[in-house]
Write a new protein. Sequence first.
Lengths: 186, 981
Amino acid sequence: MHDLAPLSALGATTPRTDTIGPLSLAEAPDWALASLTARQGQAAACRAALAKLTGAEAPGIAGAAQGDVIGAFWIGPDAWMIEAPYTTHSDLAQRAADAAGQAASITDQSDAWVRFDLAGKGITRVMERLCNLDLERLRPGQARRSAIEHLSCFVIPRDDMLTLYGPRSGAQSLHHALMTAARSAL
Amino acid sequence: MRLPSGGQIDRDRKLTFRFDGQYYRGHPGDTLASALMANGVRLMGRSFKYHRPRGVLSAGSEEPNALVELRSGARQEPNTRATTIELFEGLRAEPQNAWPALRFDAMAINDRLSNFLTAGFYYKTFMWPAAFWEKLYEPIIRRAAGLGSITTKPDPDSYDKGFLHCDLLIIGAGPAGLMAALSAARAGARVILADEDFRMGGRLNAESFALGDMAGADWAAQAVAELDALPNVRLMPRTTVIGAFDHGIYGALERVSDHLPTPPEGKPRQILWRIYSRRAILCAGAIERPIAFADNDRPGILTAGALRAYVNRWAACPAQTVAVFTNNDDGHRTAADLLARGIEVAALIDTRADAPALDGVEVIAGGQVTETSGRLGLRSITVRPAGGGIRKLTVGALGVSGGWNPNVALTCPQRGRPVWDEGLAAFVPGADLPPGMSVAGAAAGQFSTHAALAGGAAQAVQALGDLGIAATSPDLPQTEDAPTRITPFWHVKGDRRAWLDFQNDVTVKDVKLAHQEGFRSVEHLKRYTTLGMATDQGKTANLGGLAVMAELTGNSIAQTGTTMFRPPFTPVAMGALAGRARGAEYRPRRLTPSHHWADEQGAVFVEAGLWLRAQWFPRAGESHWRESVDREVLATRGSVGVCDVSTLGKIDVQGRDAAEFLNRIYCNGFAKLPVGRVRYGLMLREDGIVFDDGTAARLAEDHFVVTTTTANAVPVYRHMEFARQCLWPDMDVQMISTTEAWAQFAIAGPNARKLLERLVDPGIDISNDAFPFMACAEITVCKGCPARLFRISFSGELAYELAVPTRYGDALIRRIMAEGAEYDVTPYGTEALGVMRIEKGHVTGNEINGQTTALNLGMGRMVSSKKDSIGAVLSRREGLTTPDAPRLVGLRACDPHKPVPAGAHLLEPGAPTVAASDLGHVTSACYSPNLRAHIALGFVKDGPARIGTTLRAASPLTGQDVPVEVVSPHFIDPEGERLRA
């Protein structure tokens, strides 16, 4: 194991959690991400590989699917992002490459994003100050991409929370926007 | 005065407020206007041009007169309508446009000069001398005219923006809006009901008639309570829908905290909402219009409907004795309500000869009000009965009703035009409504309460039916259903000034003058007289003005038409448009992986797009940025330096056709780039101009990493996506940005390899033979951390770029600094980076500026003729390849201490400093601590042939004129021995 210590996207050694009234906002750095894009003519094979990898059917347009450990969400035509706990799946991109073979192009995206999980009450009231998605109608199994604080983010509803993935370099600005909106709306 | 009982105010609680230096008391539920009226205050402001004393004209957002400066200090807000300000404890308002005092305004002299101050007077009067206009006349006019004054302090409040979604947006919560909302809400539709008032109910709160067995206001309150309890309904009081935009999107301004002394901590003052609606029903009601007659603008003269509203809703009346002047039955309703509340109605003057009678009030049928008196408030009116003669009535207030105008503004933004309804004598919404919008209630010309209720319900059922939601109309309560009876009457003829537009002081005379001078189109009329401009946008004035114009031209009102309605419906604070995007939060900041470390070192940061990059790292004792930069440059060239270059765009390109794809994207060859090698590449636009430069590293046969300049990371990605998807969809290429995924550091200088050897893991050979210039590899560092290593050099030194996953970037820079201590490793910022690249003759955005070709940059031979690539053909255009085309050269100041001005133009010695002598210009300039001279890069016609000659770098902008020697752009190590060492 190497001896470089990781820093979270918010610049700390431990992830930050904030509570604003009934809402909690948690930076969640312990997630590995990898992108899979089907090679030309290999969409079916890529979907099959994805299903095998996650244990769930490859999500369709603007969809998300959760397997036992690995989840996937749609990011473009024949393109997906997969996610899994970093501690056990820091090699997620390699696992995906092994599963997909020549059917997909893979990149490791673990360090390209900051993840925030919003849980508790008032998520919709906060998010309606931030992005134009219809959160009331968004359900688990769906995934959206939307501009938040001018940053292109993924918005993924879960059973008990809402996950946001934003560009890592903009983590501070995104966090500030979320905190400001939460304080304002709640 | 306050009536002893009634009104929707909380008489148990008192609120103290101040206006014009006097303290008063009001009640929760009051507006500033109603509270002032209850305290006997009629004079509330001065008019725009003539500084005439003015009082309240209306009871709503259409108010043109009662404008005040609300609050003080940084929160002072001018032109705030007293009729919409919800009273709060400690409210402070000052009159505006009056000096030295509201009661005695010196500028009222303008009123005496009214014969000279006619419409367009300043266009005619201040013609000469022309130079005086900007410096003298305009400032004087601006000082004399105008409304409130703004504070120059920063707005201390915050504003939010937000997005809402609904099946049905209902604009206005009067009888039509409430019934539409009930119909839709009970059917389960997602409903947003927005109303600009703080109390929903619209005219139901201002009228005395019943709905079923309930008072109108009580019925409204009950409906609001039902709606409030439903989870599918969002009630938005204090919210003005300000515009209708494309695709069912509406803008709405919610005044969250304007009814409070200050917004609570962390809460916004206002929210600007963007509402996405599947359907919308406009239930915005109607606005009563005045009748123009001589001196019809005195405090105490207001619209009859407003007078009725003050009495019914706020139990306030401007005077004990009043009169009503009307051309329609609605004026009779006012007289009846006032009478019922114990107000003495001296007379009801009805312009109609067949005016109906009214119990308890003298009706002067066919009568007209010809003039008024009272300097600071109405004292009497003069009436000319139909039979002739003159009657003078002593009254303290006059309610005027010229009929009602449906509020059609929001039906018009998408080129819809209202149509004239003869029966109502009003414009009603036309057929071309914004898609998805329907109109109900008074806004649709349904003026009776029954018609409004029925219209609201019907439109809701229809709108939901369109969406596949079954809805039924609720039972309508029994209520009044009076027909509209009106005989249009616009102005009382006479020689004296009769006001049409109160806010802009536009009179019937001004319209006549506009007609006389040829400004007859309503749009010309508006611009010439200012009718309908300013904060109220002529809500009470426009129709009167165009009716007078129609009379003068002989056209019908329908032929005359209306001016264009544009958003916002009512004024919006600039802060609301800015939202949270102000100051340091104007836009998001992107931080580099080493940002926190750099901050600890005291780095000075510079904005590079959204990124914050370290510009230089000052050390103790350095008092000028040049000292820091010179030190960083010398240290790097002398030993080793390190710079965070993570901001460069990184595009991961994979696929069987990735090499051929890049071969077409770049103008130079990439198909044969071996695995494990990097190549510098130049991208051209389709027109042959250079787009961007960077490198592409081949990590595998089917895997490249393309780097772009920081500024062009997104445009290059977009360009490549366009090529992939649209130009060559048959190629097997996949792309994704990995800019954020890697922390990348340039390690440059003669000791770069020695430093790097301390970081890479054992067994990784980075000797010159094993890892030569332009090599790349996926390696591990620091005992197993995955990394990418590129041997590329922007500085011209032996240099590498080392990338690790971003989360380890902070640890890596600290490790580099620790391991490099022996070599005095020096962090350098973008300034030193710039100096070193100029010394080396490398181009950046200053040279790749969207106007230059590869030939200009000295890289003409890179445009391969052995293949096709984007822009290659057009780069060979005749005009771009002339022998004397500008070429990149180096410039060295003949006097090494004299800076070469960036942007200076290059001229022959002795040539006049005119464009005809221009030979080129300086693109980048710096002081080179290595050469101990000021140097620069620039483009010069036939540049290589001029090497060794002397030119002048002249900047007429700064007055500098510096002799420079034309040299090779490669000031340092032209043979490239250092970077290959």
